[in-house]
Design a protein around this ligand. Structure first.
Ligand code: NAD
Length: 491
């Protein structure tokens, strides 16, 4: 089936107010496996963005007043259409995003669940009735924000884009999406095709694409537009800080999910075979381009040799190359700039004394799975998010040391702990400065109904399940006075 899907899609335009709309210019969207042209994408302007925001605002009264069951049915229909077309999405993940076939299959399945979980949220936008000292009826009620702007990254263009808007739609908001310039189809226009086919009303969901050269202007036009009431951002910490600051200046609600520098800790009583298998996935799945990728492996001194033997043997089996060959589990990095950046981080570490236990080679947009030991704090790779198939390994002797090595980063997304002693793991979990801790698993884990998010420079806010409602609704206190209120007699 998948082999019959063309490797380049037909681009119909941006999606504004239910109409496929051209831009004055286009930009080239490249296939990272060979830098061939994947598609020509509309390079939208600030004026296009303003039109999309106005279309979303025009659609808001009707969408927000529809019954919650109707919005739930609409999202279930989106899930159905998404599943029916999943081969198109898998092809886009491979040829636009440089993802291995298996990554596309996993992502396609997960996105359908995001829509179903979001449909269930339509039934959960509950408020609270509060006690009152004055005998009033006090109701904390939830309301949609209005137009929500969504800015999404390229690395999981299905999951991270849909996670940004599906719960927002469930809550009754309307949406303007600006996808990444590296995956404007799979992370943007493809979603518009699905929502149009599912019958989501015109203006409820809009997509404006633009190039990296235009993004500052087009991004500002979204964030600063007075009709936009909330921003949902997933991407790098540098851009997220900028966006959160802008939202702060305009007093807008924002949820920012940012970078990570995540550790997996292997204690001396861990199941080393399983830990090595998990580490191989956590470090190298999608070329390490996952915000939760395992970038630091911390191994107890007493099992260091035995663990490394197992881990290196597994990692050495991974094949790197063009994703047309499904044996290449490690595909290209998303673009040449990113491939050069990752190679420079490896070179910096090696120049400062790190030892290459595996890999280190890079060509075109490819970087081989790379394992570095003898890493220390002087090396950029210890601190910077690599976002490539590279892991830095260090040993430790005590739990305190493991905690300190884990927490030695500005980021705080996930941590993973391997041990046979769940009590010890829970004790450690309390001391690890991350938004998520996984025991006896690697770092990459999410389900659509759990609170996903980080602390420190990894973000503010949570996506997933009912926690998404906090991001995409506001609370309004409504009180009912029933004659019991006394005012001072002078009044
Ligand atoms: P990025 O920050 O470069 O881009 C993210 C989005 O922001 C893109 O759509 C981009 O076009 C847009 N953008 C860039 N400059 C902008 C501006 N001035 N105004 C408005 N929008 C702007 O990130 P990326 O390279 O696409 O994604 C990789 C990063 O995302 C990594 O740091 C990764 O850890 C992080 N990430 C975080 C999570 C999470 O949930 N915490 C998930 C995935 C990725």
């Amino acid at each position: 089936m998948l082999d019959s899907v063309p490797t380049s899609p037909t681009i119909r335009g941006m999606y504004i107010g239910g109409a496929w709309t051209p831009a004055a210019r286009t930009f080239d969207d490249l296939n990272p496996s060979d830098n061939s042209l994947y598609a020509r994408i509309p390079d939208g302007s600030a004026a296009d963005m303003a039109r999309a925001v106005e279309a979303a605002q025009a659609a808001f009264p009707d969408w927000s007043r529809r019954s919650f069951q109707e919005r739930a049915r609409a999202l279930l229909k989106v899930a159905e259409v998404w599943e029916a077309r999943k081969d198109d999405f898998i092809a886009a993940v491979m040829h636009e995003g440089g993802g291995w076939y298996g990554k596309g299959v996993f992502e396609a399945g997960f996105v359908a669940e995001i829509f179903r979980t979001s449909a269930s949220l339509c039934y959960q936008a509950t408020g609270e009735v509060l006690p009152s000292a004055d005998g009033k009826v006090l109701m904390a009620t939830r309301w949609p924000l209005g137009v929500v702007g969504v800015i999404s990254p390229w690395n999981m263009p299905g999951i991270l884009t849909s996670r940004g808007y599906a719960a927002a739609l469930a809550a009754g908001n309307t949406v303007v999406l600006k996808p990444s310039e590296d995956t404007p189809y799979s992370g943007g226009l493809y979603h518009a095709e699905i929502l149009e086919e599912a019958g989501i009303p015109a203006g409820v969901f809009n997509v404006v694409t633009c190039s990296r050269a235009s993004v500052a202007e087009v991004g500002d036009a979204l964030i600063e537009h007075p009709l936009v009431k909330g921003i949902s951002f997933t991407g790098s910490t540098a851009v997220g800080r900028h966006i959160a600051a802008k939202c702060g200046a305009h007093l807008k609600k924002c949820c920012v999910e940012l970078g990570g520098k995540d550790s997996m800790i292997v204690l001396e009583d861990a199941d080393l075979d399983k830990a090595a298998e998990a580490a191989n996935f956590g470090c190298f799945m999608h070329q390490g381009q996952v915000c939760m990728s395992t970038e630091k492996l911390l191994v107890h001194d007493s099992v260091y040799q035995s663990f490394m033997q197992r881990f290196l043997a597994r990692a050495a089996r991974l094949k790197t190359g063009h994703v047309n060959d499904r044996n290449n589990v490690v595909g290209p990095l998303i673009n040449t700039r990113q491939a050069h950046r990752v190679k420079a981080l490896i070179d910096d570490a090696v120049a400062k004394g790190a030892v290459l236990e595996l890999g280190g080679n890079a060509w075109e947009n490819f970087v081989e799975p790379t394992v570095l030991t003898h890493v220390d704090d002087s090396m950029d790779i210890w601190h910077d998010e690599t976002f490539g198939p590279v892991v830095a390994v260090r040993s430790f002797r005590t739990d305190d040391e493991a905690v300190a090595l884990n927490n030695d980063t500005e980021y705080g997304l996930t941590a993973a702990v391997w041990t046979a002693d769940e009590g010890r793991a829970l004790g450690l979990a309390a001391r690890l400065e991350t938004g998520m801790v996984h025991v006896n698993d690697q770092n990459i884990y999410d389900e659509p109904q759990v609170p996903f998010g980080g602390v420190k420079a990894s973000g503010v806010g949570r996506y997933g399940g009912r926690w998404s409602l906090d991001a995409f609704t506001e609370l309004r206190l409504i009180t009912l006075e029933r004659g019991g209120r006394h005012y001072p007699p002078v009044f």
